[in-house]
Design a protein around this ligand. Sequence first.
Ligand SMILES: [Zn+2]
Length: 132
Amino acid sequence: MIKEHNLSWWKKKADEEFSKYIRNKYADKNGLVKCYTCKHYGTIKTMQNGHCLPRQYLSTRFSDKNCRPQCYACNMLYGGMVVIFLNKLCEEYGEEFRYELEKEKYVITQYTIKDYQEMIEKWKSVDKKEEK
Ligand SMILES: [Zn+2]
């Protein structure tokens, strides 16, 4: 019998796949990933997916523009280094990006299991580098 998973299981699964996708996206051809907010380099496996706006905001939880690879220290010990994080995103996307994010924060977002499944399939279908 196939076990039916609930919404929170799929959300967790989506976090995992999205994280893999982001860490891969910014990895070089040797599988090395630079932390977005410090000088540290790590492998795809050891780096984490950092969120500029924290994960509690579902509207940007799975947004490419809100997420970059980070080392464990920046992501977990230094509160995500959000000031540097946001400043760097603004260098990439323009100054108005900080207001965009601020607005997106309040967009009510709900995902169904089907939404998560489709998102997961999309990230899975992106070519991945070899994980080390
Ligand atoms: Zn770092």
